[in-house]
Structures are given as structure tokens and as C-alpha cells.
Ligand binder design. Structure first.
Ligand code: OGA
Ligand code: ZN
Ligand code: ZN
Length: 359
């Protein structure tokens, strides 16, 4: 039975070009890959749903002017939009007390039989702590390979965090390191970091983690002008040593077009010199200090001491990491590597297909 556009489903209220662009027919989408076979410029500029038929769970549209037929599943119209996987929407923001009530610690044996809970924690909370990971050199690479690809950088595929004679980075000394994200001078930045503790016998050297999204959201609530300054000011981050010269100009808080937080880049060690009109410099420094003060609030930092066999996996665009100074005479050795969140999310998405949680 042919009907007009305004029946059970109000097709007339939906943008025709959007419907036509989402036609699932085999001329429009390759049946094997599901990929689109046409360009937007191949579509008529003003498609019109000339006939609409509803039968069972399908809706059929015949288009004018070209007579193309599209058949949509009724359920497709009701599917919710999914949030940006990197954005604050859909994440659980935390302070230290919140994190204790949430599940972020996982036993390695449990992880290897079902990685999904820990991977969900990395997506939703920005970190997971794996305990009882084999204490062998290069194991951190094997951990990264359980969910994705290692991101090699100028520090190598893997880097050793221990006191070095001629360190090219303060991480490789025994000094205190305040909350920061790594590699802010890379664009794109590695979106995941792993640190695996092999030995931690030195006095000091405790770890701390801060949810940078929570801190940025607090700044947005409390000092919206400062938040806006940090969102709109590109900051030059730099790193150089004998073999490397890296530079990235990115804001400290990255937001999407709707003002939602999607990236935090904060590292006092590698911020270069801002060259801006003097009035803007003053405003930037006030905003930068305001954010640093929020990040330094004691209630935001979850402190912990990494034990041999602990491996922390965290979102390097969200969770800042820190360590207290330690006695350089004592033994402390972590191994780290970088990887990327999109690969982790892909692995999790595929795992969840099996449970029907995210088809
Ligand atoms: C690092 C770092 C922290 C630590 O290597 O990026 O910040 O606990 N290390 O030594
Ligand atoms: Zn089609
Ligand atoms: Zn670091």
C-alpha cells in the first residue's frame, strides 16, 4: 500500500539528503565491506521521497527525480547517535575518592581470559591497573599487543624508566615529576601510555594519577574565561636532544565544536616560549596557572605505589601521571611504551560483538 510521507513514520520531517545518503542498497553500499560506493556530488541535489511504503519492519522510499529505491529497517530510524569516543560525553569523570569506588584494578590472569573489563576501564575511566603481570623485560610490549599496536617514538619501541647517567628527559632521573601528559610535542600525540613496574625498592617514587577531564570540567565551571583561553590558545611544546627536534602547537585543553572536552595536553617541562601580544600573554598565564592549581588539588590525585608486576595503562590525552622523588641509590625500574586508544577501542568493540553489547 503506497502512502504519503506523513504516516506512522514521519519521513517528511527527516532531511531527504540524509536519508538518501544512508541508503543501504547494494548500488549505494558495497555488500561485502559496507562501504559507500558514491560521492555526495553523485546524488541529485534535491532528492524528494516520492513514495513511501511501510511493510512489516521495513520502510521503502522511491526517490524522485531518479526513481532510486531505498529500503531501510524500521529500527535504523530509532538508533541513537553515538558520542565521540574521545570526548567527555560517555566517560566517567573521577576524583581520587570516586576512583576507589570504581573498578580499575584487574588481575593479569583474569585480564588474559577476558580483557574487556580492563579495556572498558581505559575507555571510560582513562586508566586500568593490571596486577601480577609477569616481571620480565619487554613484557610491556606484550601487554600493548594484547589490544593494539605499539607506537614507536624517539624513545624507542620501549623505554626504560630508571636513573641514567646522561638523561635526555627528567623522567630518567630521580627527581619529582609533577602531573603531566607525555610527548605533548608530538602531533599526533600517542594517545595511550603503558608503564610496567619491574622493580621499585627505592625510598620514594610513588605514583599519582589525575583525571585531566575532571580538572578541565572544574575549570570550565569555576573559571569559564580561563577555560576558554586554554581551549583557544595553541601552545608550542618542544623536545630536542642530539637526535631529535620535535614541535607541536596545540592547546592545553582540546574541545570539540560543541565545547566538550576531548584532549588535555599538560607538561611544564616541555612547554616552549609563547609569542603573543602582551595582553594575551598575561591572560594566558593567568589561565595556565588557574588550571595548574586545579590539577594540583590533593583530592583529584589518586596516589599509589606501583609494585613489581603492576602495569598501568592510561589515556595520555586525559589522565596525567606523576611520581614523587626517590632515592637514586635505590633500585627502581619501569618499562614503558606507547600505543593508541582507537586500536584499544576497536579491540573492545569486536570483543563486545560477541556479547551483543555493542553490535
Ligand atoms: C614517564 C614518567 C613516571 C615514573 O616515564 O613518562 O613520567 O613513575 N615516569 O617514573
Ligand atoms: Zn541506494
Ligand atoms: Zn611521563
Amino acid at each position: 500500500m503506497a502512502t504519503t510521507a506523513a504516516t506512522i513514520l514521519d519521513i517528511g520531517s527527516l532531511p531527504a539528503v540524509w536519508l538518501r545518503d544512508n541508503c543501504p542498497c547494494p548500488q549505494c553500499r558495497d555488500p561485502r565491506s559496507g562501504q559507500k560506493l558514491f560521492q555526495i556530488t553523485d546524488l541529485p541535489p534535491d532528492p524528494v521521497a516520492a513514495e513511501v511504503r511501510e511493510s512489516g519492519s521495513d520502510v521503502e522510499i522511491v526517490w524522485a527525480p531518479d526513481g532510486h529505491r531505498s529500503v531501510y529497517a524500521r529500527a535504523w530510524f530509532d538508533a541513537p547517535g553515538e558520542p565521540d569516543p574521545r570526548g567527555e560525553e560517555g566517560k566517567s569523570l573521577w576524583d581520587a575518592a570516586d576512583l576507589d569506588a570504581l573498578r580499575f584494578e584487574f588481575d593479569w590472569a583474569d585480564y588474559t581470559s577476558d580483557p574487556a573489563p580492563a579495556l572498558s576501564a581505559v575507555e571510560g575511566l582513562g586508566l586500568a591497573l593490571l596486577r601480577g603481570v609477569p616481571r620480565v623485560e619487554e613484557q610491556v610490549l606484550a601487554v600493548a599487543e594484547t589490544f593494539g599496536f605499539v607506537r614507536e617514538t624517539n624513545y624507542g619501541r620501549l623505554f626504560d624508566v630508571r636513573v641514567e647517567d646522561k638523561p635526555n628527559n627528567l623522567a630518567f632521573t630521580s627527581v619529582r615529576i609533577t602531573p603531566h601528559t607525555d610527548n605533548p610535542y608530538r602531533d599526533p600525540v600517542p594517545t595511550l601510555q603503558l608503564l610496567h613496574c619491574l622493580t621499585n625498592e627505592a625510598a620514594g617514587g610513588d605514583s599519582g594519577f589525575v583525571d585531566g577531564f575532571r580538572a578541565a570540567a572544574l575549570l570550565r565551571d569555576e573559571q569559564p574565561d580561563a577555560y576558554q583561553v586554554l581551549v583557544r590558545t595553541p601552545v608550542p611544546f618542544e623536545f630536542r636532544d642530539a637526535h631529535t627536534q620535535l614541535r607541536a602547537h596545540r592547546p592545553i585543553i582540546g574541545a570539540d565544536g560543541g565545547g566538550r572536552i576531548r584532549e588535555v595536553r599538560f607538561n611544564n617541562r616541555s612547554m616552549g616560549t609563547l609569542r603573543l601580544p602582551f595582553t594575551e600573554l598575561t591572560g594566558f598565564y593567568a589561565a595556565y596557572r588557574a588550571f595548574a592549581e586545579v590539577l594540583a588539588r590533593l583530592e583529584l590525585m589518586r596516589t599509589m605505589r606501583l609494585l613489581p608486576g603492576d602495569c598501568v595503562v592510561f589515556d595520555n590525552t586525559r589522565v596525567l601521571h606523576a611520581r614523587t622523588a626517590f632515592d637514586g641509590a635505590g633500585a627502581r625500574h619501569l618499562q614503558g611504551c606507547y600505543a593508541d586508544l582507537d586500536g584499544l577501542s576497536s579491540t573492545l568493540g569486536v570483543l563486545n560483538r560477541g556479547t551483543g553489547a555493542a553490535l
